[in-house]
Structures are given as C-alpha cells and as structure tokens.
Design a protein around this ligand. Structure first.
Ligand code: CMC
Length: 428
C-alpha cells in the first residue's frame, strides 16, 4: 500500500505509512510519531484501536464473526481435527502429517511427567485455594525445575519446550482440582490421547480403572479447539508482554493464567454459571436480571455477553451452543440452567440496550453448561479454558521472540501534580 496517513499536529503536517495485512486490514504505522513530532504520543486506554504486533497466527473479523487459525476456519477445525493437531498447526504454522502428529502426541505424553518435588508445592496450598491461583503458581514453579533459558534460534529447543509445556500443564491444572478434593495426584497413560488423559487426570479414582466416555472426549476436544487462540486478547498480550523482556516461557504463561482468571476474560465462564444459578435461586426471573444489567447504577453485567472485538455473533458461541444441546442430549442430562440461559439469551437479543451496543453471547456463555454436564466443578472452568488456550499462548510467545520484537513499554499522558517543594513532616 503506497498511501500515507496525514496527521496535522499543532499546525505541522506529518506523514505516516499505511500498512495492509493479508486480509486487507489497514494500520497506520506510527513508529516515528514521537520522534518526529517532538514528543506527541497516541492515547488509547484498553488498546481499543492499537495494534501491538504483526501476527500470522489468528485472523479475526469481529464485524463478520470470522475466526481462522493459520487460515483454516475455526468451525472446520473444531469438527474435523483433534486438539493436538490444531495445537501443532497454531504453534508451527502447518497441519502435521500423520507421522508428525503421531510423534508429537507421543512426545507430549512422554513429557507429561512432573517432578515429584512439585507435589510438595501443591501440598502447601490451603484446600480452599482457587485452582487458577494454584495453576499460575505451579506454572511459574516449573521455571525452577527447567531454569535453562530457551534458545529461540534453535527449532529443536523450541520443539522440546513446546512438548514439555503441553505435557505438563494439564497435569498441573488437574492437580489443582484434586488438591481441592483431597484426591491423590495422578499422571497420564501412554495409551490414551490428550483429551482422554485430561479426563483421566481430572476424574480417575485410585480404586477404579478409568475409562473415558467417548462422547465427553469428542465434546471436550471441540470445546478446547475453540479456545486455542484469539489473537491479542488480554492474557495473550500479557504473555507476549512478559516474554518481551526475555523472561522465560513458563514465567510468561504463568502471567497469562493470572490475566485469564479475571471475570471480564476467561473467568467469565465461572461467572456465567454462578449468575445462572443465582437467577435460578431467585425464582428464574430473567427480565429482572436484564434490567439490572441495563441499570448504570448497578455494577451487575450480563456475564457471557459482549466482546471487545465481536460486534456480531461470536462464532465460537454459535458452535458451542449447538454443542451444548448435543452434549446434554448425548449424556442424558436435563439441566434447568440451560433453559434459563436460553431465555436470557432470547430476552437480551430482543432488547434495545443489547441491540444498540451489539452485545451478543460470547464463548463463555454456554461453555460452563457443557463443563457442568461433564461433571467438572465450576471453579475448574477457567482452568479448562487455560488448558485450551495454552497452545495459543505458546505460539504467540514464540512468534514474538522469533520476530525479535522490542520490549513492550507503553507511554502515558501524565496528569498528576506538577513539580512542588517537599514539606517537612512537622509542617504537614
Ligand atoms: N452487560 C451489560 N452491559 C454491557 C455488557 C454486559 N455484559 N458488556 C458491555 N456492556 C455495555 C457497557 O456498559 C457499555 O455501555 P455504554 O456504552 O452505555 O457505556 C457498552 O456495552 C460497551 O461496553 P465496554 O465495556 O466499553 O466494552 P469492552 O469492549 O470494553 O468490554 C467485555 C468487553 C467483554 C469486557 C464486556 O462486554 C463485558 O464485561 N462482558 C461480560 C464479561 C464477559 O462475558 N467476558 C468474556 C469475554 S469473551 C471470552 C474472553 O475474552 O475470555
């Protein structure tokens, strides 16, 4: 693209290049803004208009509800591929061959062993600890067991770090839940695939041989694929920002887990379920909660509704909604919360407040209902999201380091006191 963006600052004209992405998105490259204008910056709280990087991983068009990983449509991947196959695609850029996938699956499983010393750390948490707090801490603790910095110029070193992370992370996530339940901390089985092992890690009892329910495996595979990446969201930006200081992969992912935990981000899946339960306990009056969400004096928001970038339907929510119907029918679960969710969705979609603000159900609106039907406790919902999002965090971290991106360090507009003289304590 040859055109420039023209900006006039205090009477002076400046030209900034326009960049165009492969999907015809346009960006004004303002790298030289501050230098050429003697100190003028842009101000964009929440980065609503600011691109932080160029990326080849995920394409998202929020207006049209499009989501693709490495060019492949999310719906096709969710219906036709397995989780590690899509993880491989997202991290390494291409779908694996059969041989590559078999090797990858085996190596991920081989690396799922976690140093037994880590169990002592888990043991130190109170039983009441939230699993996301445990997962973030345990991920960070991995840095103590694998202290060697990752050599980003070595594809072999990256591959090893990838299989190690993918192998150990679900073990740590499951341990966080088992600690809460007082259950023994277990490991994977080399005969099972990634999703089967995740269920085994969560639900296996010492006295029984664990047999994964294939309906649950299929549904979870689909659900986690939908969570793998979502370009520069809050947790992914956190992972990239931490990594931009050349902090290690696990230290960065630990920060991503913390960012995801918040109820405005991944923590919304837990918040949605709790909201639906509260509505049910309160007599099921959906309209009352719609009114609360619209009331600007009430902090209540309709959890699972709205999205920073989707101003049309969240494509993941559409797939998850039909999946929720299927899973509940297949498992023979009749969940009254699903009825409340459907009533709430209908009421919101027909309400002027929600229509005017383009607020639609997001990925978290129905996922909790599926997790609940699978027997996953509500505090674990965001851990499930994190396990799904891990390949995306890794892919984005590796891309950031390989592109040799500079350390992330935003500017600010200072609006505090101007210089003043110190007043001694006696005179204050
Ligand atoms: N309920 C009621 N009003 C809402 C909601 C909601 N869920 N979401 C946005 N609004 C209103 C908001 O009050 C504002 O109204 P006004 O223009 O009158 O001030 C307008 O819609 C725009 O909202 P915003 O907060 O400026 O939008 P944002 O892009 O900063 O926030 C969001 C996006 C996802 C944080 C927000 O929609 C929200 O809090 N949703 C509920 C939490 C949730 O479901 N989060 C999961 C997001 S998807 C998964 C993920 O990212 O992890």
């Amino acid at each position: 693209m040859s055109e420039n963006a023209k900006v006039n600052v205090k009477g002076n004209d400046y030209d900034f290049p326009l960049l165009e992405g492969t999907e015809q998105e346009v960006a004004i490259a303002i790298k030289k803004l501050r230098g050429s204008t003697s100190g003028v910056i842009t101000l964009d709280p929440g980065f609503k208009n600011t691109g932080s990087c160029k990326s080849e991983i995920t394409f998202l068009n929020g207006e049209e509800g499009v989501l693709r990983y490495r060019g492949y449509d999310i719906e096709e991947l969710a219906n036709k591929a397995n989780f590690l196959e899509v993880a491989y695609l997202v991290i390494f850029g291409e779908l694996p061959t059969k041989a590559e996938l078999v090797k990858f699956e085996k190596e991920v499983n081989d690396k799922s062993f976690v140093n037994e010393e880590m169990k002592k750390i888990v043991d130190g948490f109170p039983r009441s600890a939230h699993p996301m707090g445990i997962l973030s801490s345990m991920t960070s603790a991995l840095t103590a067991f694998y202290p060697t910095p990752l050599d980003i110029s070595s594809d072999e070193a990256i591959y090893k770090a990838v299989v190690r992370s993918l192998g150990k992370f679900p073990v740590l996530g499951a341990w966080a839940m088992r600690k809460r339940n007082g259950w023994p901390l277990g490991y994977t089985d080399s005969k099972m695939n990634y999703i089967e092992n995740l269920l085994k890690l969560l639900f296996e009892r010492p006295s029984e041989t664990f047999e994964p329910n294939q309906k649950v495996v299929r549904a979870l595979n689909k659900l986690l694929i939908l969570h793998i990446d979502h370009e520069q969201n809050c947790s992914t930006s956190t992972v990239r920002l931490i990594g931009s200081s050349h902090a290690g992969l696990h230290a960065s992912i630990s920060g991503g887990v913390s960012a995801l935990w918040g109820p405005l981000h991944g923590g919304a899946n837990q918040a949605v379920l709790e909201m639906l339960e509260a509505i049910q306990k309160d007599g099921g009056d959906v309209e009352k909660y719609i009114a609360k969400a619209k009331d600007k004096n009430d902090p209540f928001r309709l959890m699972g509704f709205g999205h920073r970038v989707y101003k049309n339907f969240d494509p993941r929510a559409r797939i998850i909604k039909s999946s929720a119907d299927e899973v509940l029918a297949e498992l023979g679960v009749d969940d009254p919360l699903l009825d409340i969710a459907m009533k709430l969705e209908k009421a919101a979609l027909n309400d002027e407040y929600f229509k005017a603000r383009k607020l639609y159900p997001n990925v978290d609106f129905y996922s909790g209902i599926i997790y609940r039907a699978m027997g996953i406790p509500v505090e674990m919902f965001t851990v499930m999201f994190a396990i799904g999002r891990l390949p995306g965090w890794i892919a984005q971290w590796v891309e950031m380091r390989k592109n040799n991106e500079p350390i992330g360090r935003p500017r600010q507009l200072y609006v505090g006191k101007t210089q003043r003289d110190f007043v001694s304590i006696e005179k204050r």
